[in-house]
Design a protein around this ligand. Sequence first.
Ligand code: HDE
Length: 688
Amino acid sequence: MAESFKYANNKGHAGELHQKANKDHPVMTTAQGCPISDNQNSLKAGQRGPGLLEDHVLREKLFHFDHERIPERVVHARGYGAHGYFETYDALDDLTSADIFQRKGEKTPVFARFSTVAGNQGSPDLARDVRGFAVKFYTQEGNWDLVGNNIPVFFIQDAMKFPDLIHSAKAEPDRGFPQAQTAHDNFWDFVSLSPESMHMVMWAMSDRAIPRSLRFMEGFGVHTFKFINAQGEEKFVKFHWKPKGGMQSVVWNEALKLNGADPDFHRRDMWESINNGDYPEWELGIQVFDQKFAEEFEFDVFDATKLIPEEQVPVKVIGKMVLNRVVDNFFAETEQVAFCTQNIVPGLDFTPDPLLQGRNFSYLDTQTKRLGGPNFTQIPINAPKCPMRHFLQDGHMAMQNPKGRVNYEPNSFSGGENNPRECPVHGFKSSESETDGGKLRYRSETFSDHYSQARQFYLSQTDIEQTHIQDALIFELSKVEHLRIRERVVSHLLNIDNKLAEQVALGLGLQTMPDAAEAALDTRQDLPVSDALSILKNAPNTFKGRKLGILVSDGFDAETFNLLTQSLKEEGASHEVIAAQVGGAKNSNGEVVEADQVINGGPSVLYDAIVLLTTNEGAKKFAEIPEAKDFVSDAYAHMKYIGFSDKATPLIEATGLNGQLDDGWLDLNKISASEFVSKIRNLRYWSR
Ligand code: HDE
């Protein structure tokens, strides 16, 4: 709310008298500041008569409400943002003159927004989808927007194909569904006719597309950018975000159920962790290489469907991002934040990547549409925190027009804060790279190997992860109505890996195996396995930031509960109590412990591991409740660790799992609370 002018000499003026409606509340006003006497009833002619047009209070209220919506983002509509800072670990002046990287230990404010791509604003968080990972750095030399994804490559190589890709992925236009999923004909038709997408398809079908938390996923700048130092020397750079909490994903069946149990699972998780002081953190890493490497590398470094394996160019960590403040207002900040890939700072530059070049137009254009005019840069979330001095003026909602007489340059008026000049020394300079020919619409042949890295990604996964990719392909393609599209996808899989193609063909019940798709160039290479591409090979071995669900019944053992929750706290993890009623349950000391969830609203998919802390009587009662049985059998099916004691036997028997107590079942009579926590650091009992 705008700060009000102090009516210092008007003692007793109405403005002062109206400051309070009563002891606790200030007076409500219209947007014009006019005090409101009745916010419940419109102005009428007579007690039961028609409304009056002169009711400016009602008209203003309805008018403003009618204009509350702005167009949602055409992609990445559903997102969640938070504030924080970026800390530079070391000066990088040998590589770049970017101000943000000049001083060790410097902190720069940031705003990060994470998103799904295909779904609309109200779609569920656990859609199988790429996640947007966009960060706005408010540096002292302007805003730098690193607008990335949680997958290091993209579906297409040229911006020309983007609207078609997105049309095909979103709801089909005649029917308006399916929402937030690629499991339909149009998407698979398009990608199977665009073989360049096959590498990204492998990633999108992997567990990367169903993260457990936004906090537990990597981020990537995707394109190759340039670093330029003060001497004008250039290097190529790719950006990586590495989550401090480690990577973790859910399994597909869990994702499906989470979307029902808590469609806000990811945003709630971020909100809770920041408010609990468990701040999400990522380290920023760079892969730096020169022209010589670029020429020798197997692929074109301007092709966004390719990555550079970390084994070939190691990722050097250069700083960290800490998100430590939730937004004050979702709309003002998360919805109105306007990321633009064109927002870079001196010391950085673009490369000719044809996807990046197109993005530099698209983002500015889309923000003008979404936010209504060219002055969206003046909205606080978008405004730089460093000085801005320019002669841009007027337009819708202009609030920061330049002051003074002069609004053009060159001018002959004397200097001053409001009369800026260009500066060849400190100003942004584009790299002087040469171009290699005349105007043409062309796809360079250096972009034409579409399968080698798709194969490398698949072969770099553990068996479990490979099975998940196969299952995801079978799930998605089983929703595709046209046989020819299913077959066409399998024809590409044959160029990636025979076993993968065979498993998918088997899962789809294909009667005959199609021929392998014709490749643009027969260049497929067998690249070495890259362990960095797997989630499970890089498992974090911690329960920090994770959540345990403890199912309790009246009379549950107070000591076990206290020891467990204490050990979790020491680990930096949290817990929730699930009971038959929201009022909670009485422990063995007769104290009431409140429930966070009721059994029919708190399924085990919400937790990373569960404990059945019941009495024998309590377990018998739960055995009668279908949701309580699902609580246990889902946790089992999702490979979660389950803590229990013999008292829970009636419930376990009711689920039919009694004969299947493998090493993922942890008997709390046999191991201590801290041993339990150290076991569940594995996050899942995959051998099940
Ligand atoms: Fe985007 N993208 N994109 N994109 N993108 C948008 O901008 C676009 C691409 C990404 O949290 C839009 O503000 C084109 C790659 C993120 O607000 C739009 C092309 C990558 C976000 C747009 C791409 C991304 C967007 C829609 C191909 C990863 C959300 C609303 C040439 C490196 C940012 C908006 C946020 C959003 C266009 C491809 C990431 C329309 C034309 C590759 C994280 O401007």
